[in-house]
Design a protein around this ligand. Sequence first.
Ligand SMILES: O=C(O)CCC(=O)C(=O)O
Length: 309
Amino acid sequence: MPVGTTLTPAQREAFDRDGFLVLPHFSSDADMLALRDAAGAIEAAYDPAVDGACAFTTSDAAAARKFSDAYFLGSAAVTRCFTEELSADELAAAAAARKAPDGDASAPLPKPPLNKIGHTLHDAHPVFAPFSHSAAVRSLLTDGVGMATPVGVQSMYIFKGARVGGAVPPHRDATFLHTSPVDTVTGLWWAVDDAAVGNGCLWALPGSHRGGAPRKMVLNADRDGTTFEGTDAAAEGAGGPDAPGWVPLEVARGGLVLLHGAVLHKSGRNTSGVPRHAYSMHVIDEQPGVVWDKSNWLQRPPELPFRAV
Ligand SMILES: O=C(O)CCC(=O)C(=O)O
């Protein structure tokens, strides 16, 4: 990994102006392949029947909602796997593509494809944690972006598998992860695989960070599920396939995309035959007087505090 990485004045200006910045070759192929292997091992060990799953079908929609809320909220403190939301036909096609053994009725059913692993890899995993807390990342966030004390709050390994990877609608990360009195969240997104339009790369809307994030996802009154406060007309209207202004952030393996917390970004479905794995981490800036909102969905137990990068 490069050590002591910072931004040139032109890169800092572009980040402040656009709300995102692509840093090609920020990390080595070897580091990306190590992350890929580590995620593959988690995927291989994952058993939805034992470990639980977020996307599952039941006739009782309310019970399903309660189960998936608890599974999701629990991933603030325990790394969990989340499956793609697919129709029965899509699941059957995905199972066929995953080469179910022919004719062996006793063979285990193929697992549903994973959408992501979240949200504690950056703190808890022997490969992801040192990568996430490296000198290169720290220096980029302090010397480059100008953060006082960057602190990791969540991480995700995102699969966006060939043919099954779902779309991510336009959103601002500060809707989901917020601090007060000012939002300080910044996203770091690594291309573990080459990411291009065809396999569902990120897209961003330049300058869309300037008005902040008017809509917030918050815990409900019982703190056992989430709801939204406020509206974000720009986000809701921004997603059409022909919406003007969006730029694709195509980047080769090892490239890093920096995302201001309020910038609108999205990604398309992966309809190609090529996977598009990515690793993303979100950090906040622990400046004096800035607090992690108690209304955030992501609440760590006292024995697992956030760590400075
Ligand atoms: O990887 C993707 O397709 C979307 C990731 C994203 O939106 C994020 O990390 O905030």
